[in-house]
Design a binder for this molecule. Structure first.
Ligand code: ADP
Length: 277
């Protein structure tokens, strides 16, 4: 009887502990949700005035008159640069909170993959040119149609390509589209972005998709960044039903790849073409 009583007692204690744990788990979840919602509303409120700071400083930069001294001009440039950076951070946080609260919605349409790639390519070309990098588009896949969320796909590609350009000082950035077989997704369209940049050290590879984390080499390179882009990209790729991964050799270069099932494509006519064909 003594043993039974003891067992009973332990069982009751266990039950109480479980109950307490469940309660604290629920309250943790609640405060996490609150944090995310709070972040979303604050960042949203910050965006509007910031956009006007950016807009007005752009006007001042464009309408530079003789009266404006070079010191004043540099000050306006700094306002423009820093406010644009801040907007980037705010947008990243806003995206992240949308993903975390599950309030992200897919807006699917049918589009040509090459249109998105071309847009991304044109957007980043000036930056690559400025750094004198060879910026190339291989296997253009001109006729491949996807049914997906174009804006989200574009955001992922902008992220990967701008990282490649940002973290490469010499050499090239190459975007390549090909058909491939993916372990989990089966037949996919694979978009890879290869660079000859700073690379990622073995010991830092596991923190790439963690929020706010940047590698030492990236920080030392002086390139601006929030450490949020890849995490957001990974979540977006997941929402889009795809997969993301990378290979990298420190000091040599990196390759980031995203894959999407070709079952997503509608009236697909795959013709891989080298640019210029
Ligand atoms: P960031 O805003 O810092 O670029 P990301 O989330 O896009 O943030 O990337 C996280 C980190 O991963 C970067 O800070 C950098 O350390 C590393 N990284 C991403 N892309 C590359 C690349 N192409 N080459 C080298 N390092 C990269």
């Amino acid at each position: 009887t003594l043993k039974t009583n003891q067992l009973h007692q332990t069982y009751r204690e266990l039950q109480e502990r479980t109950h307490e744990l469940l309660k604290s788990h629920r309250s943790l979840e609640e405060s996490n949700r609150f944090k995310t919602e709070f972040l979303a509303s604050v960042t949203h409120e910050l965006r509007t005035p910031l956009n006007s700071v950016i807009g007005f400083s752009r006007v001042l930069l464009k309408s530079r008159s003789n009266e404006q001294s070079s010191k004043e001009h540099r000050a306006v440039e700094a306002i423009f640069r820093n406010s644009t950076h801040l907007l980037g951070v705010i947008n990243d946080i806003l995206d992240l909170s949308k993903i975390e609260t599950g309030s992200i919605t897919l807006e699917k349409s049918e589009f040509l993959l090459s249109d998105v790639i071309q847009e991304v390519f044109e957007m980043l070309e000036p930056l690559a040119d400025k750094k004198q990098l060879t910026f190339q588009l291989l296997n253009y896949a001109r006729n491949l149609r996807l049914v997906s969320d174009m804006a989200k796909l574009r955001q992922v590609l902008i992220n990967l390509c701008s990282n490649a350009v940002k973290y490469t000082e010499r050499g090239s950035v190459v975007i390549c589209i090909e058909r491939a077989d993916h372990e989990e997704l089966g037949e996919v369209v694979k978009i890879s972005v290869r660079d000859t940049g700073i690379g990622i050290e073995e010991s830092e590879k596991n923190k790439l998709f963690v929020e706010f984390s940047r590698t030492e080499a990236a920080i030392n390179s002086g390139a601006e960044g929030t450490g949020l882009g890849l995490m957001i990209s990974a979540k977006l790729v997941q929402v889009l039903g795809g997969a993301i991964d990378f290979d990298s050799e420190f000091g040599v270069g990196s390759e980031f790849r995203v894959c999407f099932p070709t079952a997503l494509s509608a009236t697909e006519q795959w013709t891989a073409q080298v640019e210029g064909d």
